[in-house]
Design a protein around this ligand. Structure first.
Ligand code: FEO
Ligand code: CA
Ligand code: CA
Ligand code: CA
Length: 649
């Protein structure tokens, strides 16, 4: 049980939790289209919401009337390596929803850690869960917070924690095939019980893996760089890999972001010098053998045999959770990057805006604006919206202004004279296009997400200790710290409050770290009251517009285990960051995701026990008490009289 660190935080005034919209309701109606009816969205729960609307003529929120409704007592930070369990504030409960190896597809075998096969893994919950999306049942317009589908990314594998006696220099084909099957996504029904959430193995259960055939759509489909021996059309690809974070569309599909795909490919040096080889270098495809050695067993990972295969990864992939037969679509119009995420919001006119971060030191923030408009009355009509539109890269000027620079073939430097072939080429080599256009080189863009209440956009820049080192760019106002181990968060305000705008202003919302560190800042909130934070990575908003932040690597930044935080973005508590949950030793705090009514928050516990070796040094036994850990999804909700912690302690 945690001890309150800040006992002066009392309960909120209950009256402040009653929403009463007037003109502000117009803003809410637009902003909460993603979540369905605005009125249904404003209920109390984990984030005990409470926006009081103003009697005002303004069509924008009046910040004096924002109430965060955050009611928990913040946790004390957990010193690195000391806690192999989940910690949450008093009066909250934790349930373990699903673990690596649990059946997802009906008929899949129970997990047997000593007799794994690729076939069994392909029906079970995969490894290193990251993004979590909750899709209410029975259909995409539902606000049901008791029964839904969880869509979960499986980013990568830790073979040293999966296989006892694993040899990185000599993996077996069987091990590699199990790992390929442990990648991708899982879809499964979850149901709220009185004191827990449970995985219901039902007809909507589905696994997408590194072998699942995906369709390539949009402007780059069929391009010469997309063709391989196995796919001479350049339109179909085996598998989706390194699915990190993602997003949800207004029509109830999931967007899964292929991130560090480069690690699966080998032997760039086998290629002749030329534009394709240069493009692979810009994305970090290695010159010789890969660390994973998959190329020994599967030609498609070997550039000596299939030099174009990496071009078919690094995309945003759209999948319909409500249709287990849906063929995943790699949407090339959104550009190719080490995509952290793909989060959506509607523009004023109903076009769909997608925000993305390219997670690399000195890479870029992007947004994509569809050509067509969202149709709330015809779901099928929205299913190809992401195939046409404009991709932009962010330029953050030193004076706090900014602009979205379009990546359009034939415009600016993206011309034939400069070696660009067509729009497909621009999209496949998005990073080089961003370089040519002078986009702002950021400190590792992670989640970038619009606040559904205000429309303001928050970019999480997790860390960069290389700024100013050697020939690397030095500091600038948007990346102001030279040894930025703890990261920062920038608030983007789109011109006119329209997410399709071509200009924006930006400000430094949070400079993370120990509050005692003079280089930190929390939107100006008194630092003696905020929780320490390092390496912000993924985020989500509750229905009151509070920003919930999950960290990855806080131990190396400031010596604490990773955690989930809540931070108001408006009103008198803006910047009042509070730690809500801590995760087991070695783990990263992924997800997070709320049910529509905010009564539950799901967290993906990724890479617990990182640094350990199965059959060797044990770092974590979470959650089963075995000599190896299991990445898992937990749900946090109000307690029903039982211990608010799970796992060994
Ligand atoms: Fe997979 Fe950028 O974190
Ligand atoms: Ca991440
Ligand atoms: Ca997110
Ligand atoms: Ca990360």
């Amino acid at each position: 049980m945690s001890q309150p660190l800040y006992p002066w935080i009392g309960d909120q005034d209950e009256d402040s939790e009653k929403p009463s919209g007037t003109t502000f309701q117009e803003v809410l109606d637009r902003r909460t289209l993603l979540k369905g009816a605005a009125a249904a969205a404003l209920v109390t729960g984990v984030a005990a919401t409470g926006i009081s609307a103003a009697e005002t003529d303004s069509t924008e929120p009046n910040e004096a009337f924002f109430r965060s409704g955050i009611e928990f007592s913040p946790l004390k930070p957990t010193t690195s390596g000391t806690a192999d369990f989940i910690n949450v504030p008093e009066n909250y409960n934790v349930s373990l929803v699903i673990r690596w190896g649990d059946p997802v597809v009906s008929g899949a075998p129970l997990f047997d850690g000593n007799n794994m096969t690729a076939a069994s893994q392909a029906g079970q919950f995969g490894y290193n869960n990251d993004f979590v999306g909750y899709f209410a049942l029975p259909d995409w317009k539902s606000q049901n917070s008791q029964l839904g589908i969880l869509a979960v990314n499986f980013e990568y594998t830790n073979p040293e924690l999966i296989f006892p006696g694993y040899s990185s220099s000599n993996p077996t084909k069987e091990q590699v095939d199990i790992e390929i099957a442990a990648h991708g996504m899982g879809f499964f029904e979850v149901q709220r019980m009185p004191d827990a959430w449970v995985n219901v193995v039902g007809p909507l259960g589905r696994r997408v893996t590194g072998e699942t055939v995906c369709e390539i759509t949009g402007p780059a489909a069929g391009d010469e760089w997309m063709k391989t021996t196995a796919d001479t059309t350049g339109t179909r690809v085996r598998g989706t890999l390194n699915n990190c974070a993602g997003g949800k569309t207004p029509w109830g599909t999931v967007l899964t972001a292929e991130e560090n795909f480069n690690q699966y490919f080998a032997n760039r040096n086998s290629m002749a010098d030329g534009p394709a080889k240069t493009a692979h270098a810009r994305y970090g495809v290695t010159t010789g053998a890969s660390g994973r050695k998959w190329e020994r067993f599967h030609d498609r990972f070997d550039l000596a045999k299939e030099p174009n295969e990496p071009f078919r990864f690094g995309w945003i992939v759209e999948i319909d959770p409500y249709d287990p037969t849906f063929v995943p679509k790699k949407r090339t119009a959104l550009g190719r990057a080490k995509n952290e995420c793909a989060t959506t919001i509607l523009a004023r006119d109903g076009r769909v805006v997608v925000y993305k971060g390219d997670d690399e030191r000195f890479d870029y923030v992007y947004k994509f604006v569809t050509s067509g408009k969202f149709n709330p009355d015809n779901r099928a009509a929205n299913m190809s919206l992401l195939d046409s539109g404009t991709l932009y890269a962010a330029k953050l000027n030193d004076d706090g202004t900014g602009e979205w620079i379009p990546l359009i073939f034939g415009q600016g430097p993206l011309t034939t004279a400069n070696g660009w072939r067509n729009q497909a080429h621009v999209l496949i080599n998005t990073r080089a296009a961003g370089d040519a256009l002078g986009a702002t080189k950021m400190d590792r863009p992670e989640d970038v997400e619009a606040n559904p209440v205000t429309g303001k956009v928050y970019g999480l820049f997790t860390n960069n200790s290389n700024r100013g080192v050697g020939t690397n760019p030095g500091t600038d106002p948007a990346n102001p710290r030279p040894n930025n181990r703890s990261g920062h968060i920038i608030e983007f305000v789109e011109a006119g409050g329209d997410n399709a705008a071509l200009r924006f202003s930006w400000n430094m919302f949070m400079l993370c770290g120990m509050p005692s560190d003079p280089s930190t800042d929390f939107a100006g909130f008194p630092k003696d009251q905020v929780s320490p934070i390092g390496a912000p990575d993924q985020c989500v908003f509750d229905n009151a517009g509070n920003l919930w932040i999950g960290t990855d690597g806080m131990d190396s930044a400031i010596g604490f285990q990773d955690a989930l935080y809540a931070c108001p973005t408006e009103g008198p508590e803006r910047g009042f960051l509070r730690m809500f949950a801590t995760v087991p030793v070695g783990a990263e705090t992924c997800g997070p995701e709320f049910t529509p009514d905010n009564s539950t928050v799901f967290i993906a516990i990724q890479h617990p026990g990182e640094g350990g070796v199965r059959g060797g040094q044990v770092v974590s036994r979470w959650p089963d008490g075995l000599d190896y850990p299991k990445p898992s999804i937990i749900a946090i909700h109000k307690a029903f009289g039982t211990s608010p912690t799970i796992g060994s302690r």
